[in-house]
Design a protein around this ligand. Structure first.
Ligand code: ZN
Ligand code: ZN
Length: 260
């Protein structure tokens, strides 16, 4: 027992000495992922403009059982290319991974999945984005509400692909439209819409009844993909003929931050 206590004491002593050394170290070890662990909306300008980052890499991760329609991915690529100003180019990387366990997923689980699946992080002159298409629903879903997607950090978002497929079972023709709408809407949040960091310009178009969303009915950012009422979603789906576009006010916000 005595020996154990002595060993323990020595261990504590060593640890405190080590941490003492660390404090004196003038070059602390930097987290290479730190640039990608910031709050939502804080990297809007870095993604939109070429001020700091000349290029962009977008990593799209699907699971074996739930993959988006290829037409949705093409449309998403066009949407990004049309808005982002990156003279160094935009690269898209697509990967299929095994189904992830733990569904329905908490946001903490979604972040842990990102930690294990994401391979691209922001580097010196390239910005990196990550999109995960989940093989399960959000654990926030209830009998009356459903979550289609969530942008949860400055460069990270999840699309609840299984949920998108479940809610369109009766109308499979609507699925690609819902996929594109959810992808582009969540990406809009990553770009800071609407007023996420309280720095949007010009006219105030944040909906006072629906924070962080646009007050212009029919705008891509009017529609809410988080906590959608199932009854409302059913109604929306039945008249969903096309993916909503960004209205001029939302577009002006993006342009003010260096987008096009
Ligand atoms: Zn939203
Ligand atoms: Zn708008």
């Amino acid at each position: 027992m005595k020996l154990f206590l002595r060993t323990l004491f020595l261990a504590i002593l060593c640890t405190s000495m080590l941490s003492g050394c660390k404090k004196d170290d003038s070059s602390p070890v930097e987290d290479p992922k730190a640039e990608n662990k910031k709050p939502l909306g804080t990297s809007a300008e870095d993604i939109l403009s070429d001020d700091i980052y000349q290029s962009l890499v977008v990593e799209l991760v699907y699971t074996q059982s739930f993959q988006p329609d290829p037409s949705s991915i093409l449309a998403f690529k066009d949407f990004i290319t049309a808005r982002i100003h990156k003279p160094g180019g935009i690269v898209f990387i697509e990967r299929t991974v095994p189904n992830q366990s733990g569904a329905p997923f908490t946001l903490t689980e979604i972040k842990a999945i990102e930690e294990s699946l994401r391979t691209k992080y922001t580097s010196e002159d390239q910005m990196a984005l990550y999109v995960f298409f989940a093989n399960g629903s959000s654990n926030n879903d209830t009998q009356t509400q459903v979550t289609l997607g969530t942008a949860y950090q400055n460069t990270s978002m999840v699309i609840y692909q299984k949920t998108l497929e479940t809610v369109t079972l009766d109308q499979p023709e609507v699925l690609p439209i819902l996929e594109q709408t959810t992808l582009e809407h969540e990406f809009g949040h990553i770009l800071g819409l609407v007023n996420i960091q309280n720095d949007d310009i010009h006219t105030n178009h944040e909906d006072s009844n629906n924070a962080k969303h646009c007050m212009v009915e029919g705008c891509l950012m009017y529609y809410d993909a988080t906590n959608v009422l199932r009854s409302q979603l059913k109604k929306n789906l039945s008249r969903m003929g096309a993916v909503p576009q960004l209205d001029p006010l939302c577009l002006a916000d993006l342009q003010a931050k260096g987008g096009q």
